[in-house]
Design a protein around this ligand. Structure first.
Ligand SMILES: C[S@@+](CC[C@H](N)C(=O)[O-])C[C@H]1O[C@@H](n2cnc3c(N)ncnc32)[C@H](O)[C@@H]1O
Length: 213
């Protein structure tokens, strides 16, 4: 792993993503999560204090071991039990249908093979399970979209693999999810190239015979 990814980027990320505006978005989307929870791209652990009190245990993963140093401090201060694994979301070691909820915040932008990761998320969710997300991505404004595409090759270097121009809705719906809620739109709180936010809940459908007696 590159020096920048492991030792420098975690500090930059933590500084940028711990703003109170982001924290309130995190709290809002995570307020009702329940069951067996997996968070992908745990980063520096900024979601840990946004889970409801009733959530006692979370399984989390991140491909970058450097993130764990910052994350560990937060986890230690929280009252949650956290099982941390350093693996890629594109190939997870979990059994099919292991989790009630999978959480991803500002992570689908950074996973190189994001379609494989979506397939894995779908696979590890139980029928009826929820994929809960907040992501930045491709804008609805053509001018911004053009700049998002231009900037992505450079931004991927600065942002440790982050794409500015991903259509998050399309990526999520590449698996047979049912979108329960989706809010899309531009926030004024950050640079316009990263301000188009997709947040919501996608559900893995129950099999057709699920409700039959
Ligand atoms: C922009 S950061 C967001 C971190 C955190 N989710 C947050 O909300 O602050 C993206 C995270 O995804 C992780 N990541 C990138 N590619 C990954 C992959 N293939 N599998 C798992 N995690 C990955 C990065 O190491 C980083 O921690």
């Amino acid at each position: 792993m590159k020096f920048y990814s492991r030792y420098i980027f975690p500090y930059i990320l933590d500084f940028l993503m711990s703003r109170s505006f982001f924290q309130s978005m995190r709290k809002n989307i995570l307020k009702d999560v329940k069951g067996d929870i997996l968070e992908i791209g745990f980063g520096t652990g900024l979601n840990i204090n946004c889970y409801p009190e009733e959530v006692k245990k979370i399984t989390v993963l991140d491909v970058n071991v450097g993130m764990n140093t910052r994350a560990k401090k937060r986890v230690k201060k929280s009252l949650k039990e956290v099982e941390y694994v350093v693996i890629t979301a594109e190939k997870m070691p979990f059994k099919n249908e292991s989790f009630d909820t999978v959480v991803s915040t500002w992570t689908l932008c950074s996973i190189e093979d994001v379609f494989s990761a979506m397939h894995e998320i779908y696979r590890v969710l139980k029928p009826g399970g929820q994929f809960i997300f907040i992501e930045h991505g491709l804008s609805s404004d053509a001018k911004i979209r053009k700049w998002q595409k231009r900037i992505t090759p450079i931004w991927k270097i600065i942002g440790d693999g982050c794409y500015a121009d991903r259509n998050i809705k399309e990526i999520i719906l590449s698996e047979p999810f049912e979108m329960q809620t989706l809010q899309e739109g531009e926030t004024k709180k950050t640079n316009r190239l990263f301000a188009y936010i997709y947040q919501g809940i996608a559900q893995k459908k129950y099999p057709q015979n699920h409700f039959e007696k």
